[in-house]
Design a protein around this ligand. Structure first.
Ligand SMILES: [Zn+2]
Length: 323
């Protein structure tokens, strides 16, 4: 596993050999004849492995870079490419000292991931449109977009794929510790989103879906910056938000086999706690079930989430999230 990770990083470096290096494993590609520009110097940035063991996105970037190097795709604007957490990739772990995806927008630069966040922030700040390729810890019935709701991110996601559902949230920050990459890009005036391709690892389907999304991001930027983009999304995306967040208490255990986007009814048995059966409080679909698979990892803050379907009219409204 570690070997494949290392090879993927080496391939990334090789494919970026003639690009502008802005940080270790972070590069900017410049077209020979820039023909379009957005509000920021870098039109689109693609990032992978913000969580070090979610390596599927590195394949997506490498395939994209290969097409770029062959001249098969010729974006008319500068593009950024970054491996989020190379130390995590090398160790095949989510992170080495601290979650990089809760480390943006802070000042601290003591531990590995804090330093990495400081190194990546200038690239993210200069980016108009940002896609962060993630993978889930457990399997997922389907890929999904996930990001804090903004109109711009929603329009971006809707344009990237017509069959990938959108999970979005608003009103409360995803995490109080530090910002996620997409949140940071939004904070700096860009438009960011995250896609979860499926369970972590190298996977041909994830590679295919990710490449579609990356190519669509370029198309979207062309439309947006040339003023030819449709004002409204061409389709109505399948939308979800949190319905319940189940906090973790010591001793809570989920039964094996729960996966992302698994449908549940209220009262379904999902685990055990102090000799009692744990049951779902509400109906919906499971998201981010947590199992203690990494003995070095701290206990999770939450056990799992339940999402529910919403309509575009619900976006941004108070009271839609009950938690
Ligand atoms: Zn992740």
């Amino acid at each position: 596993m570690a070997d494949m990770n290392r090879q993927a990083l080496e391939r990334f470096e090789k494919l970026c050999h003639n690009l502008e290096k802005v940080a270790p494993l972070a590069y900017v590609w410049h077209p020979t004849k820039p023909a379009l520009s957005g509000p920021k110097p870098i039109a689109v940035t693609l990032q992978a492995a913000t969580h070090g063991n979610e390596v599927g996105g590195i394949d997506v970037l490498n395939t994209f870079l290969q097409l770029l190097q062959n001249g098969i795709i010729q974006p008319p604007f500068p593009m950024g490419f970054a491996i989020g957490n190379p130390a995590g990739v090398q160790a095949n772990r989510r992170f080495t000292e601290r979650d990089l995806n809760r480390s943006f927008g802070q000042k601290a630069a003591a531990v590995e991931e804090e330093k990495r966040a400081r190194a990546l922030e200038p690239l993210l700040e200069k980016t108009s449109l940002f896609v962060d390729f993630h993978q889930t810890i457990e399997p997922s019935h389907r890929p999904f977009f996930i990001f804090p709701y903004t109109k711009a991110s929603f329009d971006f996601a809707a344009a990237l794929h017509d069959r990938i559902p959108i999970v979005t949230h608003w009103g409360l920050s995803f995490s109080k510790d530090g910002m996620c990459s997409d949140e940071y890009v939004n904070h700096r005036g860009g438009t960011g989103l995250t896609i979860e391709l499926g369970q972590k690892g190298f996977d041909a389907y994830h590679g295919g879906v990710g490449l579609q999304v990356a190519l669509a991001a370029v198309q979207y930027a062309v439309g947006l910056f040339s003023g030819t983009q449709e004002k409204q999304p061409l389709h109505s995306p399948e939308l979800y938000t949190w319905r319940a967040v189940i906090p973790y208490e010591e001793g809570m255990t989920l039964r094996e086999g729960l996966v992302n986007f698994q449908a549940v009814d209220a009262g379904d048995p999902v685990g055990f706690h102090q000799g009692e059966t744990l049951r779902t409080p509400v109906a919906g679909w499971i998201l981010f079930p947590k199992y203690p698979r990494d003995p070095l990892a701290p206990p999770p803050k939450e056990l799992y989430r339940i999402i529910k379907r919403i309509q575009p009219d619900d976006l941004g409204k108070d009271g839609v999230i009950n938690r």
